[in-house]
Ligand binder design. Structure first.
Ligand SMILES: Cc1ncc(COP(=O)(O)O)c(C=O)c1O
Length: 360
């Protein structure tokens, strides 16, 4: 087996130990004579797998008991719509902070259901920074305030939880959940697709304070109704059983690494050394305000764009895959989620130095 370093933004690397465990359990899970994929979601074995995943998530994030944890389908994109459907609760307006392409997508979906106040926007700065909290406009009548804690494409990350001005705080944490400890009690709702830091594509986690649910917009499909999902253990219909199982393995692996304090220290080390390598070089550059640089997605450019194809090809030959920047911004992007080993970042830094020596 030869595994390369995969810098994809998502779906992205999974811990090798998790894949090996899944391989070992593929055909038969724990003397059941069947694969997890073949189990009824109502079976005792599978319900145990699902409950263990939730228990591990609750332990990792210290989720208080007044928060529901839901395992849903439809991706974070589905939540862009489900959130206003569930959280408007008789109100008609919402507040959104625009820090990049994912914020914009959340906003355009929210506009289908509510009148959106743009509390702040970094668009004029080409999404290279986060507007200072002091300048945000928060409508006290809004149902909630939404932000994107890590912009996967722009490489911009909130380093602190913003003050929600008295509104329930809602966050899209798709690309940095579980990368550092979190005070869940500051939030009304946290959501994240699994395929970056938690598992394979196909499952989406929603953590929601229980007093915020139970009053959906008339016409909301049952499948998007958080209360109905909570009442049915996220099994209102057949859930994505295998992604849920894999997510559980990733959570167990994370606990084995020492939990979020330990993983944060590694993430800090990996990102600091990669940004240092970029900043120390006249050949590479990163456009993001230093105070808002993402620990998860590191975009970078070279001045001579004619060399980009050569960089990607030579990186691939060196076992470093998927370093292309998002098609909307170009350049390069290294996604270094929890499962990217530090040795992968070291290999990338060494490759970048060698590439600069050859072509710089
Ligand atoms: C921050 C963020 N939000 C939302 C999404 C959309 O997720 P999904 O494809 O699961 O709907 C992504 C996907 O890359 C993302 O990075």
């Amino acid at each position: 087996m030869s595994r390369i370093y995969n810098f994809s933004a998502g779906p992205s690397m999974l811990p090798t130990a998790v894949l090996e465990q899944a391989r070992d359990e593929l055909c038969e899970w724990h003397d059941t004579g069947m694969s997890v994929m073949e189990m009824s979601h109502r079976s005792k074995s599978y319900v145990g797998i699902a409950e263990q995943a939730e228990a591990n998530l609750r332990a990792l994030l210290a989720i208080p008991s007044n928060y529901k944890v839901l395992f849903l389908q439809g991706g974070a994109t589905g939540q862009f719509a489900a959130i206003p459907m569930n959280l408007l609760r008789g109100k008609s307006s919402t507040c959104y902070v625009n820090t990049g392409i994912w914020s914009k997508k959340a906003i355009s979906e929210a506009k289908r259901f509510s009148s959106v106040t743009l509390s702040a926007s970094a668009e004029a700065d080409n999404f290279t920074t986060i507007p200072a909290r002091s300048g945000w406009a928060v409508d006290p009548e809004a149902a909630y305030l939404h932000y994107t804690s890590n912009e996967t494409i722009g490489g911009v990350e909130f380093q602190d939880i913003p003050d929600a001005g008295g509104l329930p705080l809602v966050v899209d944490m798709s690309s940095n959940i579980l990368s550092r400890p979190l005070d869940i009690s500051r939030f009304g709702l946290i959501y994240a697709g699994a395929q970056k830091n938690m598992g394979p594509a196909g499952i989406t986690v929603v953590i929601v304070r229980d007093d915020l649910i139970g009053e959906v917009l008339p016409g909301t499909p049952s499948i998007f109704d958080y209360q109905q999902q909570a009442d049915n253990g996220s099994m209102l219909n057949t859930p994505p059983t295998y992604p849920w199982y894999l997510l559980g393995l990733v959570l167990a692996w994370l606990r084995g690494q020492g939990g979020l304090v330990a993983i944060e220290a590694i993430n800090r080390r990996k990102s600091t050394k990669l940004y240092q390598a970029i900043d120390d070089s006249p050949f590479y550059s990163n456009p993001v305000d230093m105070a808002c640089r993402s620990r998860m997605n590191v975009p970078f450019k070279i001045a001579n764009t004619d060399l980009e194809k050569t960089f990607i090809a030579e990186a691939m030959s060196a076992g470093l895959a998927n370093l292309e920047g998002h098609r909307s911004v170009g350049g390069f992007r290294a996604s270094i989620y929890n499962a990217m080993p530090e040795s992968g970042v070291d290999a990338l830094i060494a490759f970048m130095a060698e590439f600069e020596r050859k072509y710089g």
